[in-house]
Design a protein around this ligand. Sequence first.
Ligand code: F6P
Length: 549
Amino acid sequence: MNTDGRTRLNQMSEWTALAKHREELGEVQLRELFAADAGRGTAYTLRVGDLYVDYSKHLVTDDTLRLLRELAAATDVFGLRDAMFRGEKINTTENRAVLHTALRAPRDAVIEVDGENVVPGVHAVLDKMAGFADRVRSGEWTGHTGKRIRNIVNVGIGGSDLGPAMAYEVLRAFTDRSLTLRFVSNVDGADLHEAVRDLDPAETLFIIASKTFTTIETVTNATSARSWLLAALGDEAAVAKHFVALSTNAEKVAEFGIDTANMFEFWDWVGGRYSYDSAIGLSLMIAIGPDRFREMLDGFRIVDEHFRTAPAESNVPLLLGLLGIWYGNFHDAQSHAVLPYSHYLSKFTAYLQQLDMESNGKYVGRDGREVEWQTGPVVWGTPGTNGQHAYYQLIHQGTKLIPADFIGFARPVAELSDELKAQHDLLMANFFAQTQALAFGKTPDEVRAEGVPEELVPHKTFRGNHPTTTILAPELTPSVLGQLVALYEHKVFVQGAVWDIDSFDQWGVELGKVLAKRVEPALTEGAEVEGLDASTKALVATYRELRGR
Ligand code: F6P
């Protein structure tokens, strides 16, 4: 029993039933499952919004799915979901509500935190962002010298960078091509250097994005960006026209020297990795315009509503979360690949890494005790076709089980030339071929039938049975992006709920931050730093020598 009265996950009868079922299924073969059920390819599919989700190529039967849903019921996933949507403080270690869903709630919705409806505030900020984005896009908002703003540099890290940077790439075809957007996150000075070296400071707007406004990387880069600007424009007053802030911390924003009139607010109930549809998305909104941004929010809302109301049997985030549990907890899979077949989604998996791994990379449960089961997987992947010529070998013939999501689109983006649009079918032929090859492989007999010499038969055999989910959408639009992101947000939620961990804190990033602060004087001044271990001490000494100090 947990200290909060919940039966420990691995002692629940539903958990044990799954373990037993896994044993009974043994090495169930996808070939057999498809042979036994001609309708599987359509029966094991769901739709949510514009997304067609095929989960037929999973190592599951109706019994598996039923047992997984029973586990979800026993762990009260939907109870926690309802508490989240109601604004209850389900982030218990930080005593915070978890309300990214309020960021896309309609104007007339009522969602209360501590007795206050947060929805009017959300829309007030969205309206303020829209007004500002329109002014920048139209040229009404000029720089200090009166020049039009042509470059926007978002300075932020983690959730204050990955979301808008990813979404800007995804929605490139919808952006104002006369604007240059760049994203600076790394405290390595090279990042800022490369981002601004060819920009005219008089035409550059910096958006300083930081929920806390205390993050050392962001504050350091923002300070250097200000020096770069002032070195060219020579007037402190320029800061007001070239710097805006996105934050929950007005005091720190003012301390930094940004007028709080130029601050776009959000709230402590928005987690950093769940924040790019808040003020953190300002750079994206400038790039795609407020209307497209709202279309994206509508897409989020479609999946929010689905997750909130769809029954367990047809609830897609629930299903995807449970499939991840099936592999992570009952097949010892350690990682999960997300493989988009769209160049525009090149940063999507990097974004998901924070969403998933910062949320569910925890070994302590909500009740403060160590868990006795696997939690979040290693999430990885890059656009599929490139991966095919790099690491797919290991997925096909390696020794590890790697469940994967394949994400593709029926239509190429509208602005491609006809010749480039024609390439889309080749791209998608690869998309379909890969999940087929992964699922069904190639038997030794099939290889032999091709006349392959016997000694090469094992090398050219594909065992198959690699599970994949296929997510197919008509076209990559702002709404579809919102739908995809919300789908993964809620999938991560489901898994955290089952594993009984707090998916909304991130204490695991703190120690490194503290130690970096402590080590820095040793590097710069050669200070004797207490508590340095022998390895780090020697490394620091070597560093100083090589650095010429
Ligand atoms: O260090 C991790 C983290 O706290 C993330 O959770 C967050 O997205 C990122 O740092 C940036 O934080 P902030 O927006 O407060 O600068």
